[in-house]
Design a protein around this ligand. Structure first.
Ligand SMILES: [Fe+2]
Length: 276
């Protein structure tokens, strides 16, 4: 369980000895990251990409922990550390294995297919624990827009109802998406996660399950770093932005679809502003 260079629990430390092997490994890894980075937010944010990439490669969780062990840990644990994504919005499912003050270590289980093409509002590194994935990277060339037309976009019309959303970055952008590289990742592969448009990627998981370990910052300001999802040929949008009129419109269109198909189709074209 414990790789060369990583301190094994001692008999004097009963707490460590009694820990589940998964908890012990990731506590050791998280404590080592904390020892290297400290608890100063600026330092963690400045150094986590390189330090997490180096440590994941060196500690090589794929050689130390299996997906079955993580499943066993989750199903038998009486308590877990603070869960960064308790609702399981990303991965199928995720589980946090170490909660630092400014970073989190999670295992992400993937059963089917692919992630969207996306960028990150955080930084860190990921490591393939098991499985195999096609990793594609992209570049987004944003089209020029004038500020006046952007601020007048319907996507912003209801932001006054969502005070948590700042106008620092648009919720949708247009441009051209370019594929810049493709590679196959195997168990043991480690890659850096950079914040923003310098790292746009997608993963297609070829083995069921595929499991990745992610070390990432967790106290990023969502108002400053929109985490765009991208669609071909060149549209980016904030998948976490909840635009109340759009959500309610979708709900009413679904209702109409069940009640009155003819009326639904006419209303749908109206909403999409397609000439009838
Ligand atoms: Fe990602």
């Amino acid at each position: 369980m414990t790789p060369a260079g990583i301190p094994a629990p001692t008999e004097q430390n009963a707490d460590e000895t009694n820990l589940h092997p998964v908890a012990r490994f990731f506590r050791s890894l998280g404590d080592a990251l904390t020892a290297e980075l400290g608890n100063c937010r600026d330092t963690v944010y400045a150094r986590l990409e390189s330090v997490a990439t180096d440590m994941l490669a060196k500690w090589n969780p794929s050689a130390q922990v299996t997906p079955d062990q993580i499943i066993d840990y989750v199903l038998t644990a009486s308590a877990l550390c603070k869960q960064a994504d308790l609702d399981g919005r990303f991965a199928e499912p995720p589980v946090s294995l170490y909660a630092g003050e400014h970073f989190d270590i999670s295992a992400l289980f993937w059963l089917d297919g692919t992630t969207s093409i996306h960028q990150h509002g955080f930084c860190g590194a990921f490591h393939v624990l098991s499985g195999s994935s096609i990793h594609s990277q992209y570049r987004f060339e944003r089209h020029e827009v004038n500020a006046e037309s952007e601020s007048g976009s319907p996507l912003h019309a209801d932001d006054a109802m969502c005070p948590a959303i700042a106008e620092t970055q648009p919720r949708a952008i247009e441009g051209t998406l370019h594929l810049v590289g493709c590679e196959v990742l195997h168990a043991g592969s480690t890659r850096t996660i950079r914040r923003g448009q310098g790292f746009i990627h997608a993963l297609f998981h070829m083995v069921r399950p595929s499991v990745t370990i992610v070390v990432r910052t967790i106290t990023d300001d969502p108002k400053q770093n929109v985490q765009y999802d991208y669609r071909w040929p060149g549209f980016g949008f904030d998948p976490f932005h909840r635009h109340a009129p759009t959500i309610r419109t979708q709900q009413f269109l679904k209702m109409l679809q069940k009640l009155d198909m003819t009326g639904y189709q006419a209303r749908l074209l109206e909403v999409l502003r397609v000439p009838i």
